[in-house]
Design a protein around this ligand. Structure first.
Ligand SMILES: NC(=O)c1ccc[n+]([C@@H]2O[C@H](COP(=O)([O-])OP(=O)(O)OC[C@H]3O[C@@H](n4cnc5c(N)ncnc54)[C@H](O)[C@@H]3O)[C@@H](O)[C@H]2O)c1
Length: 258
């Protein structure tokens, strides 16, 4: 019996990075998984790797901005796994600009994926959770949900709003046994952060500067974020609702590095 026995969990953005690490950690704790990503090829690779270690899972190639595709993916997944009783909204994208240099298309893309995409997934599983008398949703936010780094507009706005979605749904459905929480990672060693370092003229200097900002001198691994996700999806925190757990090595509470 693992810590997630009996959980049938949909994880979005599961092909790589934090989502893939979450899928692996959930499998280790005996969950059944519906793994969803818009990158079908990478998703197949990740799913195959997990199946080789005995994972019970279904996959869906879909874009979370497409509400109809998400509803269909959930229906298909439930035919294989049974009713989904947990969801991790992990799929997200960086859209970074200086505010006055950004444009409407970037704004729309950022909010469509990082906020509306999460809502599309919530509303595809919430009716089933309510009918079953309970469920749990975890939104992967960011320390950008309550702090700002200049020139990363409008990504932090969407992550702030994702905390709003978390609180709103957490309150609406608490009486139905549904918990809705957020997890706020700081910097995590994934392709997203590598791409960001590579956007600077001197990627190595950018990386060193990021490490210097951290009280422990390093950033998180995806597996360290996944450990927190296991706890928050499990039944080990039944009264944790409509709140956010920060996992950033202490980065967001310091006034400035020593
Ligand atoms: N890496 C970090 O430092 C960091 C820090 C804080 C929060 N986060 C958040 O964690 C989450 C995962 O980040 P990551 O670093 O693992 O990213 P990543 O880019 O490595 O992986 C994201 C995955 O999501 C998928 N995806 C993106 N848009 C999608 C869409 N519209 N529909 C379906 N799938 C989609 C991608 O194909 C990819 O497989 C994101 O929400 C991100 O904002 C990351």
């Amino acid at each position: 019996m693992g810590r997630l026995s009996g959980k049938r969990i949909m994880v979005t953005g599961a092909a790589q990075g934090i989502g893939a690490a979450i899928a692996e950690a959930f499998h280790r704790e005996d969950a059944h998984l519906l793994l969803l990503d818009r990158d079908g090829e990478q998703l197949s690779n990740t799913a195959e790797r997990l199946r080789q270690t005995g994972a019970r899972l279904a996959t869906a190639t879909a874009d979370i901005t497409d509400a109809a595709a998400i509803a269909a993916a959930v229906a298909d997944g439930e035919r294989v796994l049974g009713p989904i009783n947990a969801l991790v909204n992990n799929a997200g994208i960086n859209v970074f600009a200086e505010p006055l240099q950004s444009n409407d298309a970037e704004w729309d893309r950022c909010f469509d994926v990082n906020l509306k995409g999460a809502w599309n997934c919530c509303r595809s599983v919430l009716p089933g959770m309510i009918e079953a008398g309970g469920g749990v949703i975890l939104n992967i936010a960011s320390t950008h949900a309550f702090t700002i780094i200049p020139h990363t507009f409008p990504y932090p706005l969407a992550k702030h709003a994702l905390l709003g979605l978390t609180k709103s749904l957490g309150l609406e459905y608490a009486s139905k046994g549904v918990r809705v929480n957020a997890l706020a990672p700081g910097y995590v060693a994934t392709a997203k952060v590598l791409d960001w370092w590579n956007s600077f003229p001197d990627a190595e200097a950018a990386k060193a500067e990021t490490m210097r900002l951290h009280p422990g001198g390093r950033i998180a691994t995806p597996e360290e974020i996944a450990l927190a996700a296991v706890f928050m999806i499990s039944d080990e925190c039944p009264f944790m609702n409509a709140t956010c757990l920060t996992v950033d090595g202490g980065l967001s509470v310091q006034q400035h590095p020593a």
